[in-house]
Design a protein around this ligand. Structure first.
Ligand SMILES: [Zn+2]
Length: 259
């Protein structure tokens, strides 16, 4: 990798980026084919990252002489089915401090998302290493860190579109379990009886509601009239997801906490 360049004559490689990987190129030079001149031995991974494409976004590399074809996970090919570099399904994430709304949406759908808006990059990378989480960030440099095995850079700046992107990238549709995770602390919710929590309820809540869940982490109590309906109405991701990901509405209707 770091051998002397004395023996290597300068040569060029041509990279073809497939799918939407040209998203990572500077907008004025955005195109599918790039030529790179090399004067020393370099790994294919480093050549690709030097063009701006983080390694967790690359699922397949096909090298033919000086031609390098680079594919994202979304493009499947039976020919290279076993040569894939990326995990296709993972449901544990860590998000960087700029993705608070995406975090909330994913927790609402039941996914385990570690999020601390004050966390430094080092702490995010430690969480990835320790807990085998996929990194969600729009910081490409962070995504290129060697510790990151699985990760994704949301293309959209809109949190609801980002949610749909993450569902598609990590094939999460079948794993959606709405309202099973605390939006505040990420711990799981557990069903609880009204009798157990009646002392903690407001007078009108005591009268009108029968189904309750309590967070196993912070103790927050949830019921169908509290946080969830407001979120359902405000959460564009449902409407958007239903359009893009068939079947999501079905999941929503089957949720036991929904009317
Ligand atoms: Zn909680």
């Amino acid at each position: 990798m770091h051998e002397s360049s004395i023996d290597v004559r300068p040569f060029s490689v041509r990279l073809s980026l497939h799918g939407d990987l040209d998203f990572f190129l500077p907008s004025r030079t955005r195109r599918k084919d790039i030529t790179r001149s090399l004067s020393e031995k370099t790994s294919v991974k480093d050549v690709i990252e030097s063009c701006g494409v983080p390694h967790p976004e690359v699922d397949l590399i096909v090298v033919n002489g000086a031609d390098i074809e680079v594919y994202p996970p979304e493009i499947q090919s039976p020919q290279f089915g076993k040569k894939r570099l990326q995990v296709h399904t993972i449901s544990r994430f860590v998000t960087d401090g700029h993705l608070g709304k995406l975090t909330r949406n994913l927790r609402l759908l039941g996914f385990d998302v570690a999020y601390d808006p004050q966390a430094h990059d080092r702490q995010l990378l430690d969480a990835i290493d320790r807990e085998n989480r996929a990194l969600l960030t729009r910081d490409r440099r962070l995504l290129m860190h060697a510790v990151v095995r699985t990760g994704y850079c949301p293309r959209s700046q809109d949190p609801d579109e980002q949610t749909v992107e993450v569902i598609r990238r990590f094939t999460l549709l079948g794993l959606i379990a709405p309202f099973t995770r605390c939006l505040r602390c990420n711990a799981q919710l557990q069903e609880t009886t009204k009798a157990d929590i009646i002392e903690e309820l407001e007078p009108l809540t005591k009268i009108y509601y029968e189904q309750f869940r309590r967070c196993t982490g912070c103790g927050q109590i949830y019921w169908p009239g509290s946080h969830f309906p407001k979120l359902q109405n405000s959460c564009e991701c449902w409407r958007l997801s239903a359009k893009i990901v068939p079947g999501l509405f079905q999941v929503r209707r089957n949720s036991i906490l929904l009317p």
